[in-house]
Ligand binder design. Structure first.
Ligand code: AMP
Length: 282
């Protein structure tokens, strides 16, 4: 396993592999890896000759310093987990200075409003920060395939738009959400939950599945407020949003059309830890 800390080292290795016309799969992460990340890495290994995993907690996508500072980090363990999958995987783990040269900057994009919905309403400029780093990584690695999780579905739509805007030649692969036994979507932030709250967090996925069933039974008789009240009644749990939106535009529609797909998105703040999830309804 090769671990690079500088862009120069990566460029040298990439040039070598390009010359050999090998396919390259890229898996961008913020580390503190769990089986959700590992599922992306395994898929990348199946599809590509070379796999690069990047580990970088990107400061410009955090709009809350406390959240950034408390974001879990465990590089040794991450490398151990990656090695267990295959020792042929390459890792890029740059410093903040390597990426931003001492001046963390944000590029501003026109995402057609995708960035203003759902997470965007609670995290100003979050998606500009995500797109800034993803654009940087895609232009450095020029991967044939890049892997992202459905858990962050809004992020996948933002990256789709970024790829269009910057005319990047990459195949984006969206991988299904990996969950705990109780349905809670795996997330690096879950480590910050108390055991009790982690167990109670099963209500999040249960609510999504309930909404999915109700939607397919009678989509005009959904009682989202009732579900919100139920979640809010759990000690330490506070809903930030629960919405059903068009799967492409991410906008709420006044009426559901049979020709469109819809997705439910949820964010629950559990004692200061934001847990997000989503489910395709039809
Ligand atoms: P992160 O380290 O949180 O930035 O996540 C890196 C990538 O892993 C993103 O594309 C996420 O959507 C994806 N990911 C995170 N959690 C999961 C999960 N539970 N299942 C599948 N993919 C995930």
């Amino acid at each position: 396993m090769i671990v690079c800390r500088t862009i120069l080292e990566v460029s040298r290795l990439i040039n070598k592999s390009n010359r050999l016309r090998q396919t390259l799969g890229l898996v961008p992460t913020m580390g503190s890896l769990h089986p959700g990340h590992l599922s992306l890495i395994s898929k990348a290994l199946q599809h590509n000759d070379i796999v690069w995993v990047t580990i970088f907690v990107n400061p410009t996508q955090f709009n809350n310093k406390e959240d950034f500072n408390s974001y879990p980090k465990n590089l040794e363990h991450d490398l151990h987990l990656i090695k267990k999958i295959s020792n042929k995987i390459n890792v890029f783990q740059p410093s903040e200075t390597e990426i931003y040269n001492g001046n963390p900057f944000l590029k501003k994009y026109d995402f057609n409003g995708l960035d203003l919905e759902l997470e965007g309403r609670f995290r100003v400029d979050h998606y500009n920060g995500v797109a800034t780093i993803v654009s940087r990584l895609l232009s450095l690695f020029e991967p044939s395939n890049a892997y992202f999780g459905e858990k962050d579905y809004q992020q996948t739509q933002i990256i789709n738009r970024l790829i269009d805007l910057e005319k990047i030649d990459v195949n984006m692969i969206i991988c299904p959400t990996v969950r705990e036994k109780n349905g809670l979507a795996l997330s690096s932030r879950n480590k910050l939950l108390s055991i009790k709250n982690k167990s109670k967090s099963s209500i999040i996925y249960e609510s999504l599945v309930f909404l999915q069933k109700s939607f397919n039974k009678n989509r005009n008789k959904l009682n989202i407020e009732k579900i919100k009240l139920k979640i809010n009644s759990v000690n330490d749990f506070e809903i930030e949003y629960l919405e059903i939106v068009n799967n492409k535009s991410l906008q709420i529609e006044l009426e559901f059309s049979d020709n469109e797909s819809y997705r439910a998105f949820i964010c629950v703040n559990v004692n200061g830890i934001r847990l997000i999830d989503n489910i395709l309804l039809n």
